[in-house]
Design a protein. Sequence first.
Length: 284
Amino acid sequence: MTIADLRKKYHNRACEEIIRIQPGNPAYPNFADKSSKASVQIAWGIVKRLGFSIPDENLKGQTTGGRFEAITCAFLEASFSKLHHLRPGKWRYGTGIPISDFDQYQHLADLEALIKRSDELSAALGKEYIITPDIIVGRYSVSDDEININERVVLASDEIALLTPFRNFDAESSRYFLHASISCKWTLRSDRGQNARTEALNLIRHRKGHLPHIVAVTAEPLPTRLASLAIGTGDLDCVYHFALNELKDAVIETNNDDQYDMLETLIGGRRLRDISDLPFDLAI
């Protein structure tokens, strides 16, 4: 199965499990902003191009977000696994896993426990240090047997490379590292984009070790709203749209020059990519 096949399966699941048509005059897809004519037009254009049937049942907003995380995580596991020959390793994928589970951020659990026991520290530093990304990709540490699989590189008796966490000296206490933190936003309303930036800054500032990939995935149809999250550098690596090809065609169909120009700026400026680009970017 190719990445294109997996992308199509991803969209099929999105249409079956997430996308709904909301009643109204006119009706609109549930990732559109009903108060914005451009948003509704573009969302309908995406739905038409996905080519799958849409159930009539309604979904609560919280359910929508959870399902989007689950199907995006499944797509990433299936597609990134196709690139194992390019990025070998033992990987972990999941949702709802706090960053303190990972080697770079384990110290935050002790720090947060101290802060919560002290009102003075709580007032000075705040209480929340441990965030829980929507989706994580983690990589496990490696044993000496794995390191030496092609030739003898290290010996247990050698007093070298003893501090690197990547080398696993004890199979019972294997470590794993946060390789990617992925924020999933079905739409970008109010402060949702800023929440992703805040989480990114937390990951950047509080790590002990290498910085993971920090990205966002969204189905937001309006390019000017995508810009609120995508424009700028220093926090997010990039923003990925769940159906960028379909989005671009839908925007062209509306003849909305402002939205088209913004979309071209985001794509040309390397701030917005398709979901199919993400597994390849994770292999970097």
